[in-house]
Design a binder for this molecule. Structure first.
Ligand SMILES: Nc1ncnc2c1ncn2[C@@H]1O[C@H](COP(=O)(O)OP(=O)(O)OP(=O)(O)O)[C@@H](O)[C@H]1O
Ligand SMILES: [Mg+2]
Length: 294
C-alpha cells in the first residue's frame, strides 16, 4: 500500500510551524522516521493517522484522500496507531483493555476477540499479566500493551510513535522480531530516537529537521552519507572545528572517540560508518544529500 504526501504543512495556533512543505512517498514495508525533539515526527504521524488535520498539502493513503471524511473512515479501518502518549484505562486489566479496543475496531465476534487478545498478549510478553490492572503496570509494560493494541485486527497500515521508548533491551529485541514477522503488504512507519531500531528493522528511512524533510531513501543510503568520513582517534588529539563527535569509548589504554570529519586530525583511523555516523553526517551537511525526495 502506498502513501503519497504532497506539500504537507502544519502550523499550530499562532504560527508555530511544525511541518513545512513535506513531500514523501512511502511504499509497503518498514520506514523509520528520524529527527530531533520537536522536528515534527509526531505531528506527521498524527496527520497520517487521521487524528490531526494539516494546514497545507494533502495525503493519499492507498488512494484514499485524508481530506475527505470518507477517506479518513477508510484509512481508520486499516490502521493500527500507537500514539507517543497512549492513555490506558487504569482500572481495566490488560485483557479487558485489549478486548475493549478490539470491540471499538469492529471485531464483533467474542471468540475471535478472545483469541486475538490472548495471542497478542503473548506476543508482547504480557501473558502472565493479562488479568492485572493496567494502572499497576510499569511504563515499559504499558508500552507493550500499547503495541498489542496497535496490532489488533491485523492492520495493513501501522503507525507507531516511539514504540520502543522505555523498553528494556530484551523487550526491544522482542518488538523488533515481532515487527519483522509482520511482513507482507503492510506499510509500517516507526519513529524513534534509537538508531539501532532503524538500522535493524527499517530498509527505508526519512529524516525531519525543524519540520522539513531532509532525507528520504534507503537506510543504506543514509549510512553512506558518512562513507569516507568516519574515523576513530585518541581522545587527547584536539579535534577540528567541523569535526563532530559521535561517541567516546573507554579502553584500558585510554579513551578513543569516534568522529565524522571531512578533514580528520592526525592519527585518525578510518572506520566503516554506521547509521549513527550517517545521521550525524547528514546533519553536518545541513541535510543536503543526493537522496532527498522530490
Ligand atoms: N499541540 C500543539 N500545540 C502547539 N505546538 C505544538 C503542538 N504539538 C507539537 N507542537 C510543536 O510542533 C513542533 C513539532 O512537534 P512534534 O511533537 O511533532 O515533534 P517530534 O519530532 O515528535 O518531537 P519528539 O521527538 O520530542 O517527540 C514542536 O515545535 C512542538 O513544540
Ligand atoms: Mg514525538
Amino acid at each position: 500500500m502506498q502513501i503519497t504526501i504532497e506539500g504537507l504543512g502544519k502550523t499550530y495556533g499562532k504560527g508555530r510551524r511544525a511541518l513545512d512543505g513535506v513531500d514523501l512517498r512511502l511504499d509497503s514495508g518498514m520506514t523509520g522516521l528520524l529527527g530531533a525533539n520537536g522536528a515534527g515526527k509526531t505531528t506527521l504521524m498524527r496527520i497520517l493517522a487521521g487524528v490531526l488535520r494539516p494546514t497545507a498539502g494533502r495525503v493519499l493513503v492507498g488512494g484514499h484522500d485524508l481530506a475527505t471524511s470518507a477517506g479518513r473512515i477508510a484509512v481508520k479501518r486499516m490502521l493500527g496507531y500507537l500514539p507517543q502518549e497512549l492513555a490506558v484505562y487504569p482500572d481495566l486489566t490488560a485483557a479487558e483493555f485489549l478486548d475493549y479496543i478490539a470491540l471499538l475496531k469492529g471485531i464483533d465476534d467474542r471468540q475471535a476477540r478472545r483469541r486475538q487478545v490472548e495471542h497478542l498478549l503473548g506476543q508482547v510478553g504480557l501473558a502472565d499479566d493479562a488479568n492485572r490492572r493496567a494502572g499497576t503496570f510499569s511504563a515499559g509494560m504499558r508500552r507493550r500493551l500499547g503495541i498489542a493494541q496497535t496490532l489488533l485486527g491485523d492492520p495493513r497500515l501501522i503507525i507507531v510513535d516511539e514504540p520502543t521508548a522505555g523498553l528494556d533491551p530484551q523487550e526491544r529485541m522482542r518488538f523488533r522480531a515481532l515487527l519483522a514477522g509482520l511482513g507482507g503488504d503492510r506499510t509500517v512507519i516507526l519513529s524513534t530516537h534509537i538508531l539501532d531500531d532503524v538500522a535493524q528493522s527499517c530498509p527505508r528511512v526519512a529524516v525531519l529537521t525543524a519540520g522539513r524533510l531532509v532525507f528520504a531513501g534507503t537506510t543504506e543510503g543514509l549510512v553512506g552519507a558518512a562513507a569516507g568520513r568516519t574515523f576513530v582517534v585518541d581522545s587527547r588529539v584536539p579535534l577540528g572545528r567541523d569535526d563532530v563527535l559521535v561517541n567516546a569509548t573507554a579502553f584500558a589504554d585510554g579513551t578513543r572517540v569516534r568522529i565524522v570529519s571531512t578533514g580528520p586530525p592526525p592519527g585518525a583511523r578510518p572506520v566503516p560508518p554506521t547509521l549513527e555516523d550517517g545521521y550525524v553526517a547528514l546533519l553536518q551537511d545541513g541535510g543536503v544529500t543526493a537522496e532527498v525526495a522530490r
